[in-house]
Design a binder for this molecule. Structure first.
Ligand SMILES: [Zn+2]
Length: 301
């Protein structure tokens, strides 16, 4: 049996309802509590590292005070306002971002023990924990939008990347995997770009909902799915009622949904939830026996 954890960045509890995308509403679903640490609103790397470790930013050390690309205030600004700028301002801002950032830095990874440090656990990419390159690709797309990349190209590449991540999760169900985790940045990038474009964001929500449904359809009787977000997205068409966030900023409406009768009620409780629901299994598989001489002759090694 496999538990799949989908880290759906910026999946907004209010927008799920507003758009009526029931694919996200599994057996149990609700808005969950998230937090902010270095910013006024929840901040992606801090929250995902907390989800994976159960620790606060001071303990897992992935915070907004470091030097990774995430922490660049120019990029943060660009991602927040991309969807609201006219064409020429976007181009200027895009160049500004590129000039100011120069060489890109690696995205930080925590040394703290995470939910993926267990036998039978695999992780594809997860901010603050493992492999930041997928997130960097999503960031590149955001910057390209800021420079005026056409909408259809943005969506094709963004959903293409998301489809790869969902494809990986689907494949893990065919293997001896106890826990599979993957972070998907599609809804965050689309949310920033379409904070004032209701129909476009609805379309992306529906598409990602179809990805979720495709995964649910192939779950075995003993497999389970937990999907989570780190925060939601403030938009012009679904206004905040309690905090007055501006469109393109992160909202507090984080969300969780699972195929069983419970979800963690707080991003700090996810690690405990995983401990409770992932069963430990030890299997000894058949060893692969590859002829090294053959590989050498082919020039592979
Ligand atoms: Zn996020």
């Amino acid at each position: 049996m496999t538990v799949v954890v989908l880290a759906l960045d910026a999946l907004d509890a209010g927008l799920v309802e507003h758009f009526g995308v029931t694919d996200f509403e599994l057996e149990t679903s609700q808005q969950i509590k998230t937090f902010s640490h270095s910013r006024d609103n929840p901040y992606t790397p801090e929250v995902w590292a907390t989800v994976a470790t159960g620790l606060g930013p001071e303990e897992h050390s992935i915070t907004g005070s470091g030097t990774s690309e995430w922490n660049n205030p120019v990029l943060e600004l660009a991602s927040q306002f991309t969807g609201r700028l006219n064409e020429s301002t976007r181009g200027t801002l895009g160049r500004f971002v590129r000039d100011q950032t120069g060489e890109r830095e690696q995205i930080g990874e925590t040394d703290a023990k995470s939910i993926f440090d267990r036998e039978g656990a695999v992780v594809h990419n997860w901010p603050g924990v493992h492999n930041g390159s997928d997130l960097q690709q999503a960031w590149d797309l955001m910057n390209a939008v800021a420079e005026g990349k056409p909408k259809h190209e943005f969506e094709q590449e963004l959903l293409g990347l998301g489809a790869q991540q969902f494809g990986w999760a689907r494949e893990m169900l065919n293997h001896d995997v106890a826990l599979a985790g993957v972070h998907v940045h599609t809804l965050d990038a689309a949310g920033h770009a379409y904070a004032e474009d209701e129909e476009s964001l609805r379309r992306i929500y529906k598409r990602v909902g179809e990805f979720v449904n495709g995964l649910v359809q192939i779950l075995g009787p003993d497999d389970d799915l937990l999907l989570l977000s780190d925060h939601g997205m403030c938009t012009s068409f679904y206004p905040e009622t309690d905090e007055g966030g501006s469109p393109g900023g992160h909202s507090w409406r984080a969300y969780a949904s699972s195929t069983i009768d419970s979800v963690p009620s707080d991003v700090f409780y996810v690690a405990d939830w995983i401990d409770e629901h992932v069963t430990h299994r030890v299997t000894t598989g058949e060893q692969l026996n590859i002829d090294k001489e053959h590989l050498r002759n082919l020039g592979y090694i």
